[in-house]
Design a protein. Structure first.
Length: 53
């Protein structure tokens, strides 16, 4: 299977799980760090990239 081939979600999940040895565990995905204005607790507006795939 080519690395760039798109897989349906369930098939991709099963493929990833097959590559893990233990049946128990945790996957931690860190989110974006919230940016704030200097010397305040006001958050900057979130702007998502328009060229996401």
């Amino acid at each position: 299977m080519a690395v760039t081939q798109r897989l349906p979600t369930r098939q991709n999940v099963n493929k990833v799980l097959d590559n893990f040895g233990p049946q128990e565990g945790l996957i931690y995905l860190a989110g974006q760090v919230v940016q704030e204005r200097d010397d305040t607790d006001v958050e900057l507006a979130f702007r998502q990239e328009s060229n996401f795939l």
